[in-house]
Each structure stands twice: as C-alpha cells, then as structure tokens.
Ligand binder design. Structure first.
Ligand SMILES: O=C(O)c1ccccc1NCC(=O)[C@H](O)[C@H](O)COP(=O)(O)O
Length: 226
C-alpha cells in the first residue's frame, strides 16, 4: 500500500513525512491554477533532490497546455506526473511524449468518480496511463481533486477490478486518518492519497502537513491486509 500526500512545501517537510510512512510526495508548480502551495522550479528541484532514493516526487498539472506538461517533465524529471485538470486530459500521444521526455516518469491520470459511467472512463485511461487516481470533484476547486469529501467507494472497487493488470489505482477524495482503513477494506487499491485531512491551515492561506495526522493516516492505511 503506497501513501501519496499533497502538497509538500519544503525539503524539511518532505523528509518528515517520509519518516512517517509517506512514499509519494506531491508538489504544485507555479501555474495558472493559483494553488495555495505553489513552488518555483528551483524549490521543486531541491525537494526532488532531497528525497531521491527515499521517496517519489509527484508533479501536479491542472489544465496546463500539453507542451508545458512535457517541458516540465523534461526539466524536473518527476517520478510521476499527475494530470488532474478539467479541460486537459492525458491522451496516448501525450503519454508517448512524456516517456520521450523522461522514460522513468509514470503517468497518473485523475478520474472524477461521479457514477457508474466512471468505470468506462477509467478503463479507457488504463490503456495508456500507469496510474489512475480515483478522486472527488467539487465545483469551487479547479480540476479533479482537493474536494475534501469522499465519493462512492463501491464504484472505486469495481474500477480496481476492471483495470487490474493494466494500471495501478490510488484512491483519493476526503480520506482521513479515521476513514482510510474502511476505504481500503472496500476498494482494495494499490495506494491512497490525502490532502485536506492531513493538513494544518495557516492564516496566510498556505498549508503544512499535520504530522500527527500523517502518522495516523499512514498507519491506518496499512492496517488492512487483503
Ligand atoms: O493540491 C491541490 O491544491 C489540488 C488542487 C486541485 C486538484 C488537486 C489537488 N491536489 C492533489 C490531489 O489530487 C489531492 O491530494 C486529492 O484530490 C485529495 O484531496 P482531498 O480530498 O482534499 O484529500
């Protein structure tokens, strides 16, 4: 069971969450999405260099033009590029360009799970993506994710079965230290992801990871054997 956490702000924070059990660390580059924890390329490079050999660096992309996605993969060499826009989606062509830009970068595509129709969408993406992240959608946040609320885990469980052997599946959306074990029991994913409920929010609108919650989240996620 892998644990992916957003959004990491500094090398120091990265090392702390790795120590507590996180193995995929999400960062947000400066972009048109204006996310609360956006970082410069230099800051991201420093985090990725610090975690090399200890954890995996995940770069988010919310509706960036394809050329910019490819340029970032070439420049920053993330272990994973996470596409979670509402307008720009991965395609077989983009998957090929990403592999050419950096052969070891894995492509993670968000699927906003809204009903049984999401099963077909997930099956389609599994044809060219390495990882699917099954996530929640909310109107006031751009793209798919950061919604802080769960969706129907029974649909996720169907998706995990439908794409077995094709793509790894991460479950996201409103997961907390209290509900993650139950979610894992139902969905049986390859990994889990958390943003909102493992965060502490600071007065300036930025956020840092709440280390007690991170520790409990990682422990509870791995407490279920299947
Ligand atoms: O990090 C963000 O601000 C963000 C904004 C918009 C879409 C996704 C974003 N983060 C990456 C993620 O995929 C979240 O970790 C995931 O959606 C879980 O979020 P939450 O439901 O708040 O735990």
């Amino acid at each position: 069971m892998i644990v992916q956490l957003y959004s990491i702000k500094s090398p120091e924070e990265a090392l702390k969450v790795i120590e507590l059990g996180c193995d995929y660390l999400g960062v947000s580059p400066v972009s048109g999405a204006n996310l609360p924890n956006e970082l410069s390329y230099d800051e991201i490079k420093e985090i990725f260099a610090t975690i090399k050999g200890k954890g995996n660096g995940v770069l988010i992309s919310i509706d960036d033009p394809e050329d910019l996605v490819v340029e970032r993969v070439r420049e920053l060499k993330p272990d994973v590029i996470h596409m979670c826009g509402g307008e720009v989606f991965s395609t077989p062509e983009l998957a090929k360009r990403i592999k050419e830009a950096n052969p070891t970068t894995r492509l993670e595509q968000a699927v906003g799970v809204s009903g049984p129709e999401s099963i077909e969408e997930a099956k389609m993406y599994a044809e060219w993506c390495d990882i699917l992240i099954l996530d929640s959608v909310t109107e006031n946040i751009p793209g798919v994710g950061a919604a802080g609320v769960p969706h129907d885990w029974n649909i996720d469980a169907e998706i995990v079965k439908a794409v077995a052997g094709k793509a790894d599946v991460i479950l996201a959306g409103g997961l907390t230290p209290e509900n993650v074990a139950e979610a894992v029991r139902i969905v049986k994913p390859w990994g889990v992801d958390s943003l909102t409920h493992t965060n502490k929010f600071l007065p300036d609108g930025t956020r840092i990871k709440d280390l007690e919650k991170v520790e409990k989240f990682c422990r509870e996620a791995r407490s279920v054997k299947f």
